[in-house]
Design a protein around this ligand. Structure first.
Ligand SMILES: C[S@@+](CC[C@H](N)C(=O)[O-])C[C@H]1O[C@@H](n2cnc3c(N)ncnc32)[C@H](O)[C@@H]1O
Length: 333
């Protein structure tokens, strides 16, 4: 059967090219993980960007995963009478506006982060896991773009962020969002100890898509931790997260990687803890600015921490004058 998937356009014309390249890799990796060894070809539908492929009839399992792809707007199958739009089998758990509303300087493009989320999931051992059982961690969470995307899909999120203002902004936003939409939830705060001292603060939200589900205990959670990612194993349990998705500091804004420490230094100290916090079969997807961090060096650090590097196509792409971005995927064996 022939399929054509229409992609979301992006307002910025130059960045659109970058997203197209990532969309192709997202689809290719997803199809491969689902057992379809087909080619994916960039094409157009009425002038709009699309991707085409030929595969055996897509199953319900395939559709459930393909429906989660970040870049796909509408999926079409070529049938005798013409094109048939395929129904999405994975509706948003919470409003699609959750990751999109909050705008701030330094925010990562949410479609890009969502693409990394797909890539991490399809490279992991957890592609068939029920949404409510999946936990996504962003170990350098900023104001929580990755976590909001995970919640939108119906997974659980846990973030660690060293910037007090970022954590406050993310938690205030989540509170406003849940209250505004009258989503039944519970918010709790607790202090965490690191090496015997008060070392972190956790804000936890437990909520549900419907009041009935909330009552029945069918809930999702977001935990936002103010702390240093190098202390991850004091802040999170070992083998407790399925996927880790993060944008490491791009080096364009000063003071993000700790006072005396370089980005490389922070990562070298953090990666062994990130590895141990992942469950076996879990995957870390990490984006970086190639003008600041070298892929080879990062791959070496990941390998030293015990990760296996996942082979991918070319994920390096232009973002803006000061940022040329690339992505590394690394698996805990
Ligand atoms: C590129 S930003 C992430 C942006 C995020 N994806 C978003 O859209 O909001 C990297 C983040 O890493 C945080 N960070 C740097 N060093 C850290 C550390 N040692 N522990 C925790 N967070 C750290 C920075 O404060 C910054 O918010």
């Amino acid at each position: 059967m022939k399929y054509t998937f229409l992609l979301y356009p992006h307002q910025n014309v130059r960045y659109r090219q970058s997203l197209r390249q990532l969309a192709e890799q997202e689809l290719l990796m997803t199809l491969r993980a689902l057992g379809h060894a087909c080619e994916v070809k960039p094409t157009e539908m009425g002038g709009a960007p699309a991707l085409a492929f030929e595969a055996e009839n897509l199953t319900e399992r395939d559709m459930r995963m393909l429906s989660q792809m970040a870049n796909v707007y509408v999926m079409f199958a070529h049938e005798a009478g013409g094109l048939a739009a395929l129904e999405r089998l994975h509706p948003d758990y919470i409003g699609e506006d959750l990751p999109a509303l909050l705008k701030y300087k330094g925010k990562t493009n949410e479609m890009f982060t969502d693409t990394m989320l797909t890539m991490a999931l399809v490279s992991s051992g957890f592609i068939d896991m029920h949404d409510s059982d999946l936990t996504v961690c962003d170990p350098m969470a900023g104001r929580g773009t990755t976590l909001m995307l995970a919640l939108r899909r119906g997974y659980n999120g846990v973030g660690i962020e060293i910037g007090k203002a970022d954590v406050k902004e993310a938690c205030d936003y989540m509170t406003r969002y849940l209250e505004f939409h009258r989503i039944k939830h519970k918010k709790t705060e607790s202090s965490l100890t690191v090496k015997g001292k008060a070392g972190g603060r956790e804000t936890k939200f437990v909520f549900s898509d419907t009041p009935e589900h909330y009552k029945a205990g069918d809930t999702r959670s977001l935990r936002m931790i103010l702390g240093d990612t190098r202390d991850m194993l004091a802040l999170l349990k070992a083998k407790s997260v399925h996927l880790m998705v993060t944008d490491i500091p791009y080096g364009v804004q000063k003071g993000t990687a700790g006072k005396q420490d370089s980005i490389g230094g922070t990562l070298k100290a953090a990666l062994p803890a990130w590895h141990d916090a992942l469950k076996p079969g879990g995957v870390l997807a990490m984006s970086f600015n190639t003008y600041v961090t070298k892929r080879e060096q990062l791959e070496q650090m990941c390998a030293l921490a015990g990760f296996e590097i996942v082979e991918t196509g070319n994920l390096e792409h232009w973002v803006e004058q000061a940022i040329n971005r690339d992505v590394i995927l690394a698996r805990r064996g």
